[in-house]
Design a protein around this ligand. Structure first.
Ligand code: DP6
Length: 328
């Protein structure tokens, strides 16, 4: 069989209603529903070549040979594509982000989103978007959402998964639905934070508030979806902040803290800006950076104030964007 090649591009996404925690059992199924916005501008570009001459899958991420967890997850994804397509050869994967790793945006969502699309295309599969989203989810659940543009939902998995159930993300509204800007306030660039997979595992095992999070997260996500579809921007933002704080509270109670001094200063400033009448709400993922959600009309004023917060090193602007696509 001759080498088959495809290149795909995917953007990162930021969860407004957070995914935190997995169903026990196989398949990497989330324990709670989540809702995100896919971001324009920043992207991961991944090329997959199936090549009979290779003895093993070979992965190069951002110019370096990938090893460990990232490589193992990618090989598992490629194994699923081989099993579904009947293609036997190993693959060469070259992947690069056009945004810095320390930018405060997780690259696993765009990375596995782009890999899933490039691998199925290179294998010659005629896979539908849901199959590709499910494939990406198995490597990193947030990646399921990066296959689609705009505002995207990922339901919780089955309570007792067998492992082979399909769970794909679903687009809810196009990027133009809300004219918003996400201000990524990059704080400390110090030690690497606990990876989200590990953070959720520790939270589930040790947090006295994990059960409360499991009960609250679906309610928050449902209300957020309602507000979003009703076009109520401020209520959507307010619920996004609540979701982030509830997620971090459950993690914190297990000793999993992503907060640094600058994180708290930035959160305080967002609250102060609201007290002055600005529409600005905060969200945070498994890292110390604070992402401020604002209507476009507020972006300049809020970015200026956030840039003055002690410990905020720089601010990246992102807006809602399109889903993953195959490059010609
Ligand atoms: C805080 O998708 O990275 O960003 O499925 O274990 O790879 P795995 O986890 P991952 O977790 C993302 C966690 C989050 C919230 C979110 O994106 O919903």
């Amino acid at each position: 069989m001759s080498a088959r090649i495809a290149t795909a591009l995917a953007h990162p996404n930021i969860a407004l209603a957070k995914y935190w925690g997995k169903r026990p059992g196989p398949g990497n199924f989330p324990a709670v529903p989540s809702l995100s916005v896919t971001l324009a501008g920043l992207a991961t570009r991944t090329t997959v070549v199936f090549d009979d001459a290779l003895e093993n899958d070979a992965l190069v991420l951002n110019g370096e040979v990938a090893e460990g967890e990232a490589s193992a997850r990618a090989v598992q994804l490629l194994d699923r594509v081989r099993a579904a397509s009947g293609r036997k050869s190993k693959a060469r994967v070259t992947s690069a982000n056009d945004f810095p790793t320390a930018s405060g945006l997780a690259s696993s969502a765009s990375g596995f989103g782009a890999l899933a699309l490039a691998a199925t295309t290179a294998a010659g599969m005629d896979a539908d978007a849901a199959w590709v989203s499910d494939l990406a989810r198995r490597s990193s659940a947030s990646a399921a959402r990066s296959l689609f543009g705009g505002f995207v939902e990922l339901a919780a998995g089955p309570v007792h998964p067998r492992g082979d159930e399909v769970l794909a993300a679903v687009p809810l509204a196009p990027p133009s639905h809300f004219d918003i800007v996400v201000l990524v306030c990059v704080t400390t660039e110090g030690a690497k934070a606990t990876a989200s997979t590990d953070g959720m595992k520790i939270t589930a095992a040790e947090s006295p508030y994990y059960a409360a999070w499991l009960a609250e997260a679906p309610r928050l996500c449902a209300h957020l979806k309602e507000a979003l579809l009703a076009g109520d921007l401020e209520r959507t933002f307010a619920l996004a902040e609540r979701s982030a704080l509830a997620m971090h509270a459950s993690a914190l109670a297990a000793g999993v803290s992503y907060f640094r001094g600058a994180t708290l200063e930035a959160l305080r400033e967002v609250h102060a800006l609201r007290a002055k009448g600005h529409v600005a709400y905060a969200t945070m993922d498994a890292g110390p950076h604070v992402k401020v959600l604002v209507p476009r009309s507020e972006a300049d004023a809020v970015a200026k104030a956030m840039a003055e917060v002690p410990g905020v090193l720089r601010i990246l602007r992102a807006v809602p964007g399109e889903g993953a696509r195959v490059e010609p």
